[in-house]
Design a protein around this ligand. Structure first.
Ligand code: PLP
Length: 262
């Protein structure tokens, strides 16, 4: 038996290659994990935006999960775009049934261009079914606001939100600082139920940030697959994403992708 670390992404496809499944698999490869995928939705998308979304029937999502479980146990997994309450419920019940561990939940809701990647009525399902399974939950500030139902305006609010999300069952939370006002450095806040740790970053003003959230969570997932601790995984992911944003590829005419080779 090979001991190659295997990481699974359960997410949506981005035809433009910058976010979703495509970003996840590129990141897994760069960080030394063998990548597997369960596709929940297909988006017609490029750097200009999302032109169309087709959800995969829930039975087919379940069949992809079953095929993996029957043969290939992932050392870690991440969830991204799940789109609907029924897909969230199916994914959550299968993760539980298969007792998969090292679960990273990126609560993807809205693309930077405004397209809805998670239906509004699915947020409750995410809180109820998936958050309790999350070893690491990685919301940005708008997502943390949606999940907590509270406005986040300062450091105290972020700490309170992290505690609230821990109360919903997520074991560790990273509230990403990218959406802080531009005059602030993008400090990520990590909370594991005991410690609040700040991960500092450098603000880079650029439009070339498509897929940063997916890439950050995928980097954590790859690091967990290769046996790193959650804190080491978040540290590496922060460096990886910082470098990816620092060396843009300038592809397409719009909101270009992060550079997974950086
Ligand atoms: N498309 C898919 C399939 C995604 O999973 C995501 C993010 O999670 C996006 C688009 C959004 O990308 P961004 O908001 O970084 O442009």
């Amino acid at each position: 038996m090979s001991n190659t670390p295997k990481a699974l992404t359960i997410a949506g496809s981005d035809s433009g290659g910058g976010a979703g499944i495509q970003a996840d698999l590129k990141t897994f490869q760069e960080l030394g994990a063998y990548g597997m995928s369960v596709i929940t939705a297909v988006t017609a998308q490029n750097t200009k935006g999302v032109q169309n979304i087709h959800a995969i029937p829930v039975e087919m999502v379940a069949d992809q999960l079953k095929s993996i479980a029957d043969d290939l146990r992932p050392e870690s997994l991440k969830t991204g775009m799940l789109f609907s309450a029924e897909i969230i419920e199916a994914v959550s019940s299968h993760i539980e049934e298969y007792q998969w561990t090292n679960v990273v939940v990126d609560p993807v809701m809205i693309a930077k261009g405004g397209s809805e990647l998670l239906k509004k009525d699915a947020i409750e399902a995410l809180k109820k079914h998936l958050l309790p399974l999350a070893d690491i939950l990685t919301p940005n500030i708008p997502e943390a606001e949606q999940l907590t139902g509270r406005k986040i305006e300062n450091k105290q609010d972020r700490e309170d939100a992290a505690k609230f999300l821990h109360g919903l069952g997520a074991k560790k939370i990273v509230i990403k600082g990218g959406h802080l006002p531009n005059e602030n450095e993008p400090v990520d806040l990590y909370y594991d139920g005991e410690r609040m740790i700040e991960f500092e970053g450098k603000r880079i003003i650029t439009t070339q940030t498509h897929g940063t959230g997916c890439t950050f969570a995928a980097a954590i997932t790859a690091e967990l697959a290769v046996g790193k601790s959650p804190i080491e995984a978040v540290e590496t992911a922060k460096t990886f994403i910082q470098e990816a944003i620092s060396a843009p590829l300038h592809l397409g005419s719009g909101h270009g992708p992060t550079n997974h080779w950086a």
